[in-house]
Design a protein around this ligand. Structure first.
Ligand code: EPU
Length: 350
C-alpha cells in the first residue's frame, strides 16, 4: 500500500477533466485496503472510491482519500441447472469481462457490451443497455466495510437496484439509514448467466439489424457485434472525445402528463412501462430543445446523441467540471420550461 499525493486525475476520468487527488491509494488486494484502514491517518479519513471514472464529473480537486480500485481476477465459480456463476474482481474492465465470458462459451452479458467502466462500478449504478440491466444477471457481491474492515456479501434485494440506482449511490446520514455510498468498497461481483441462454432482442436498434441482415436467430456473438457497432455509431469513444455516457436519466411521467405533452409535441418518444408509468427519452427532449451539437465554453452536447455531454477541449485545455454542470443546468432549465420535466443527472458529481 503506497499512498501517492497530489495525483493528476485527468487520465483517470473518462470526461478527461483536469483535477487532482490530494492522496490516492491503488487497491490491488484486500490487504492493501486493510492497511489503509489500519493506518492512523488514512484509516479515519473520508474516502472516495474510484473505478474506471466513467460516471463522474469532477468539479474540483478531490479532498477525500481516493481509493483507486484495481482488484483483478475472473473465474467460473459455480454451475447450477439454471445458471453459470462467474466471479470478477471489481477492478476488471467491464467490457473485458463481457468478451471473456463469451470466449468461455458463457453468454448472457452480450447486450451490455462496450459499456465503459469497471466491474465494481457496474452494480453501483445498475448499468444497462439494449434490454438487459445488470440486476438481470446479478448473483451477489462481496464488499468491505470501510469503517470496520469487515467483508460482507449482498444479494440483489440487499443492493436495492433501481433504474441506474442502488444502495451504493445513497448516503446514510445517520446510523441505520439506507445507503452505502462512501461506506463500502465493492471487492468482487458474481453474475448468474442463465442456462439455457435466450437472446434478448426487441430493442428497436437490434430489430433493425435483424431486418437489415436477414438473421432471424442471432447467437450471442452476433448480438455482441451488433451492440458494439450500434454503440460505436451513436456514442463517442471516451478515448477520443471525453464523456460520461448518458448524462441524464430517462424520466418517468404519468400517462396523463405524457398525453398532455403529446398533444403539443406529437413526435414525443415514449415507452409505456409495466408499472403503468411512461418513460420518456431524455435524449429526444434535449434534442427537441435544440441542444444537439451546441457548445458552452469547452463543454458540449454530442452531435449524434443529445443525451451525452462531451469535453470539447483538448488535453491541455480540457473542459472543467464547472462548465459541464453549467451546461447541464442550462439544458435542465430549457427542458423544464418547454416540457415541465426535471431531468436528473446520471453521473456522480464530485
Ligand atoms: N433520441 C433523439 N435524439 C437524440 C437522442 C435520442 O431523438 O439526440 C431518441 C432516439 O431516436 C430514440 C430515443 O431517443 O428513439 C432513445 O435513444 P437511444 O435508443 O439512443 O437510448 P437512450 O434512451 O438515449 C438509453 C441508456 C443508454 C443505453 C441505451 C440503449 C439511459 C439514461 N441511457 O439511452 O445507457 O446505452 O438506452 O439501451 O438510460 C448510459 O447509461 O450511460 C447509457 C449510454
Amino acid at each position: 500500500m503506497f499512498p501517492e499525493t497530489n495525483v493528476p486525475l485527468q487520465a483517470l476520468n473518462t470526461f478527461g477533466i483536469a483535477a487532482r487527488a490530494q492522496t490516492l491509494v491503488r487497491v490491488r488486494s484486500e490487504d492493501d485496503l486493510r492497511a489503509v484502514l489500519a493506518d492512523p491517518v488514512l484509516g479515519p479519513a473520508p474516502k472516495f472510491v474510484l473505478g474506471g471514472g466513467s460516471n463522474i464529473v469532477l468539479t474540483g480537486d478531490v479532498r477525500p482519500l481516493v481509493l483507486k480500485v484495481e482488484l483483478a481476477g475472473r473465474r467460473v465459480v459455480g454451475e447450477t441447472s439454471r445458471a453459470w456463476i462467474v466471479e470478477a474482481g471489481a477492478g476488471e474492465r467491464w467490457h473485458d469481462l463481457v468478451a471473456w465470458t463469451l470466449e468461455q462459451g458463457l453468454p448472457g452479458l452480450e447486450n451490455m457490451a462496450l459499456i465503459p467502466g469497471t466491474v465494481g462500478a457496474a452494480p453501483v449504478q445498475n448499468i444497462g443497455a439494449y434490454g438487459v440491466e445488470l440486476q438481470d444477471r446479478f448473483e451477489s457481491l462481496d464488499a468491505m466495510d470501510l469503517h470496520s474492515g469487515d467483508v460482507f456479501t449482498l444479494n440483489a434485494a440487499q443492493c436495492a437496484f433501481g433504474y441506474r440506482d442502488s444502495v451504493f449511490k445513497h448516503h446514510a446520514s445517520k446510523p441505520g439509514d439506507f445507503g452505502l455510498a462512501g461506506r463500502a468498497l465493492i471487492l468482487r461481483v458474481r453474475f448468474a448467466l442463465p442456462r439455457p441462454w435466450k437472446p434478448v432482442l426487441g430493442y428497436l436498434d437490434l430489430e433493425r439489424r435483424m431486418q437489415e441482415t436477414g438473421i432471424a436467430a442471432p447467437d450471442a456473438r452476433q448480438i455482441f457485434d451488433w451492440v458494439c457497432a450500434i454503440r460505436r455509431a451513436k456514442l463517442p469513444d471516451p478515448a477520443v472525445i471525453g464523456n460520461a455516457g448518458s448524462f441524464f436519466k430517462n424520466p418517468s411521467v404519468t400517462p396523463e402528463q405524457c398525453a398532455d405533452i403529446i398533444a403539443r409535441d406529437p413526435k414525443l418518444v415514449h415507452y409505456p412501462m409495466p408499472d403503468g408509468s411512461v418513460k420518456l427519452a431524455a435524449g429526444w427532449l434535449i434534442d427537441a430543445c435544440g441542444w444537439k451539437g451546441k457548445t458552452v465554453g469547452h463543454a458540449g452536447v454530442y452531435d449524434r446523441q443529445a443525451l451525452v455531454l462531451v469535453n470539447r477541449g483538448d488535453a491541455e485545455h480540457p473542459c472543467t467540471g464547472g462548465e459541464v454542470m453549467t451546461l447541464a443546468r442550462a439544458i435542465q432549465t430549457s427542458v423544464y420550461e418547454r416540457f415541465g420535466i426535471r431531468l436528473e443527472p446520471e453521473p456522480v458529481v464530485v
